[in-house]
Design a protein around this ligand. Sequence first.
Ligand code: ACM
Length: 636
Amino acid sequence: MADYRLETSWRPVENSFGRLTFTLFNLSTEPLSGFSLAYTTETRVADNHVCDGGSLKRQVAHFHEFLPPEGLSVRPGGHWRFTVEGLTREPKHVSAGVKSAYLTLAEGRHVPVEFSDLHLEGRDGGAAAPLLPVGSVPDPYSLLPWPLLLGLKAGELPVILYPAEKTRPDAIKSLSLVLALYQRLYPAANAPFSLSAIKGGRAIRFATESSIAGSAYELRFTAHEIVLSSADEAGRQYGLISLAQLMHGARADRERFKFPNFGTIADQPRYDWRGCHLDVARQFYPVADVNRLIDILAWNKLNIFHWHLTDDEAWRLEIKAYPALTEIGARRGPDEVLVPQLGDGAETRAGHYTQDDVRQIVAHAASLHIEVVPEIDIPGHGTATLLSLPELVDGQEAPASYRAVQGYPNNALNPAVEFTYEFLGKVFDEVVALFPSEYLHIGGDEVAQRAWLTSPLCSALMEREKLAGTPELQAYFLRRIKTMLSERGRKLAGWNEVSHGGGVDRDGTLLMAWEQPAVGIELAQQGYNVVITPGQAYYLDMAQSEAWAEPGAAWAGYSSPEHTYAYEAEDDLPEALQEKMRGIQACIWTENFVSRGYFNRLVFPRLSAVAEAAWTPLTRKDWDRFAAIVRMWPIL
Ligand code: ACM
């Protein structure tokens, strides 16, 4: 137990974003004086604020440090209270308060402070409603995503499935791989497959059928065998996952789910790009967690893992040419170059992926037909980069001359500093060697409106290249980046803002529409290939209902699992532009993800909802069926 606890509440105030009240309890046996209180939160204090009972000493984005009044001493069992009015946004949910807290004592020691929810004053917060109905299954088969075509008759549940006699070694390997996947996901369940024939089981006969589309498969069931046909290894793997899913449901809930002994499944994915993104900058996820998420993606038949490796809060990828990126840029703490952010307390937290880690993760994903698309987020979201390598900064630029939406000052790599390109060239060389993906994602999002305008080097560049303002500077930068990627044989993926200021060559560029659903249409009209990932439906960090009691972020609204499930990215996309749409993606932004429980509560079952939308045609979607099946699906 910590010696201190912080309670935080919020009260609405007309014409403002309300007032926060902080109460720090001294549970120790000593009086507390000469200290400061630091906490992290997404509900940031604005420059223009009024603090009663204390004062703001320092703020860096989500990090805040407050001082008590001169000479204050909090007796054992006593408390210190202060209020703040003047916030950058209105808190909407219980999770919008403190994410970590600590005290710095008079002698410089940092000690932990416990905390909990942001309490709502003076108004009923509403109850968090159930988000998933019991559901129902008109066809008693546990398959998710639901297949394109299915005509089955239920029969006896086989005790196990095994490869037919004379099955080729590559198919046996496939079966073993899916069996291992199942065992990792459901370690307490019985194996659905055996490599050897077992009496009472059913044989799977594998067929290669070149007329079947890539990644597609067919299953034909009879009472004595199952024929799995596909043209390629991916299709075969998806067919085997379907069989494991059928076995799992039929065993887990014999009332609801059956195994077929007659009929066919003919299945293929709706989109080529069935993605899931994970932000490992705000929170670090060790290799085992990343591998488990990849397993979960495979089980849901997703095929792209978009790995958000860098952001203001951290740089997580080992780069041999620049060890400072992880030595400095992957550590946050009270006495580190990077101050504590979302979830960091009195102790330094550090974490990055070595290049060996990356090779292992990429190979693991590839074995499950998942491509890992790395993201190096540039030119914005660069605080960790710039603090690790100060040579990247134009020393003549006015300090804090612009600020990103998350509050970081001067956080964009400078397009007029020539070292920027030398640095990124070396980074790309190493990234290309690690990741065999078709695309490298270079971010491009959320560069602050007036970025670089006080940099004399940028002024000179703007004059020389006849560039007007931040968006054109950004486009100049991104065009050079695009060339650098092309020289390395890679295509460019980025967020929708890559199109700003004239954008980049459409050829070999894929943009992710996140800000609004309509943005995807505009990008397609401009000639870009697009992946649709609107914050309003596919950002899995958003709260799942409007209720205060339901945790989550709120800046893009809220999205219930049913809304995420029902959302149709193609709805407003004109027919002529549909060929530009490569697919859809879920994004897991982790600012708020301070615990495993929180991760699971927000990510599931919405991740599977996106997976089904990515695989199953609209006419085959069925929320009730989805709800009945998804409750058996694995979580992190
Ligand atoms: C983003 O959400 N900044 C892409």
